[in-house]
Write a protein that binds this ligand. Sequence first.
Ligand code: BTN
Length: 276
Amino acid sequence: LNDFYDLFNYLVIVQMDATNFNLVSIAKTDIAGKNINLLPSCHSTNDFCLDLIKKNNAIDGQITITFNQTNGRGQRGNKWLSEKGENLTFSLTLWVDYVPLHAIFFLNMAVSLAIIDFLNMLVVEKDMPKFKIKWPNDIYYLDKKVGGVLIENVIKKENFWSVIGIGININQTNFKYLSATSLANIYGKTFDFEIILTELIQKIDCQLKNLKKGSLDLIKSAYLRNLYRFQQTSFFRKREAILEGKIIEVTEDGLLGIEINNSIHYFDIKEIVFVN
Ligand code: BTN
């Protein structure tokens, strides 16, 4: 328990059982993080939240967080690896009745933007490169991945429960893959989780409010402005073929629009990967 106090000393424990610590966040938010569920360890915070939804025990706005995620999942069936006690791995559960199902991707855009807003706030020096969103919602710094988002929805008629899983590499410095990095590697110092989490939750809350207000154009234009390799000639792999083109659009259902030989082609996440 002392370890958790060290990591999270600004939070108040309001309830506790054998495996569960319920905490109240001091972050001033309207939607995200009114309730925080800190787990000593867990296979995957997304799975934990999906299970709560299945059992009708989900809480709108609840954040489930652990510093020891043992079977984290990423997009495309990948694993999400995170060293114990070093990084942020959490899921936000939302009851969404303010986004039509055909525009569900706006939720992905809003969340990625919130993460980028938060990370770019940390970029103090003017000439330092900015963090970028790699379509659909990877978080990149230069050509390395700092974080990722896995959103899983449970649709109930016109509305849905959304589990927004977020992994951000904070203090870990050694990675199995060369393409991964962390804030500690970028800045050469370690970060306090309590500050990071509070500020990040506030940014997420702010973007969710934009979504609730229906500021969809604003969200989309900011997403495109912060998109990795937007309007730059890049290479992509589709099955065995290598394609050369420019990202010029992301549709509201999340397809990537690439201009190839003067015509636009649309791809979903299973069809195409970047070639670095
Ligand atoms: C990706 O980049 O492929 C998405 C990674 C998402 C990882 C987070 S960590 C918290 C949450 N629980 C999971 O099992 N996955 C997400």
